[in-house]
Design a protein around this ligand. Structure first.
Ligand code: ASP
Length: 287
């Protein structure tokens, strides 16, 4: 089975590269290599997704982990999810702060509990009890200058043909305290089953209203659409309720699909050849 991994760093409405996008392109490549190294050693798709997302959570140039945007009260809260397509196991956390890697907390919810989603201070307390790395408020970047670009995510197909997805975000800038978007919700911003793994980015409420990620997988499995067409169709439904965004998907044959439904999608892919290719503008070929 061909191994495959894709990552995204958020969808945007800008047509030109943003300041520091050359660094973001490098970081997407780093994330791809981190995940690919694991896949090449036979590691599960889920582990590759977590490793790739963790790189992007740490860098401060995306709206996740260290770079998470602030809510209306000036506070950072993060949401993340992982899903294992082989077992349909899900782990997620929402409205958490002070946890260096929300994606790792999501994985630990999957591994250690019988629950799918833990939120807020109790989730943070579990993170601490499970030995996850804590960070102080000063670790988050100060909101000076333009907001970091988007949510981050990864999808992978491992050597055994198992699929997985992971998404991590600080949500939308100026969100109401307590707001949770699509990213940590299985079926909305994150999904993996035996046919398709999907990670989305964009206006979370629209992705929730259209059950986007599950809808995309169903369009492949039940309606027989090819994955790229399914992504575009589901993004059309997001647009129909006033949203916009993009997604990445990987299918069970290791096919990678990077679909920008707005002007830009920070994205990248790596396959069996081990070459990391990235792109930002909607029409750009990954290179
Ligand atoms: N979908 C994310 C959310 O609504 C934001 C984004 O992808 O930029 O929380």
């Amino acid at each position: 089975m061909p191994i495959a991994l894709a990552v995204h760093g958020g969808a945007g409405r800008q047509t030109a590269d943003l300041p520091r996008d050359h660094e973001r392109r490098d970081l997407l490549r780093q994330a791809l290599r981190a995940g690919h190294q694991l896949l090449a050693r036979g590691a599960p798709a889920l582990d590759a997704c977590v490793a790739a997302v963790a790189v992007l959570e740490d860098c401060g140039l995306f709206d996740a982990g260290r770079g998470s945007v602030r809510d209306a009260a000036g506070v950072v809260t993060c949401d993340a999810a992982v899903m294992d397509g082989a077992t349909r196991a899900v782990g997620a956390c929402a409205c958490v702060r002070g946890v260096r890697h929300p994606v790792e907390l999501a994985r630990q919810v999957l591994v250690r509990t019988r629950h799918a989603l833990l939120v807020g201070p109790p989730a943070e307390a579990h993170a601490l009890a499970w030995g996850l790395e804590e960070v102080a408020d000063g670790w988050y970047l100060e909101p000076t200058g333009p907001a970091p670009v988007g949510t981050v995510g990864a999808v992978a197909c491992d050597a055994a043909g198992r699929l997985a997805a992971a998404t991590s975000t600080g949500g939308t800038s100026g969100k109401l305290p307590g707001r949770v978007g699509d990213s940590p919700l299985a079926g909305a911003g994150t999904w993996a089953d035996g046919c398709l793994a999907v990670s989305a980015t964009g206006v979370g409420e629209a992705f929730i209203r259209t059950a986007f990620a599950r809808r995309t997988a169903d369009l492949v499995e039940l309606a027989g659409l090819d994955p790229a067409t399914a992504c575009r169709r589901a993004l059309g439904e997001v647009a129909a309720v006033g949203g916009w965004g993009g997604c990445i998907a990987v299918d069970a044959a290791g096919g990678i699909h990077l679909v920008a439904g707005s002007e830009s999608l920070h994205r990248g892919a790596i396959g069996i050849d081990g070459v990391a290719r990235v792109a930002v503008a909607a029409g750009e070929d990954p290179a």
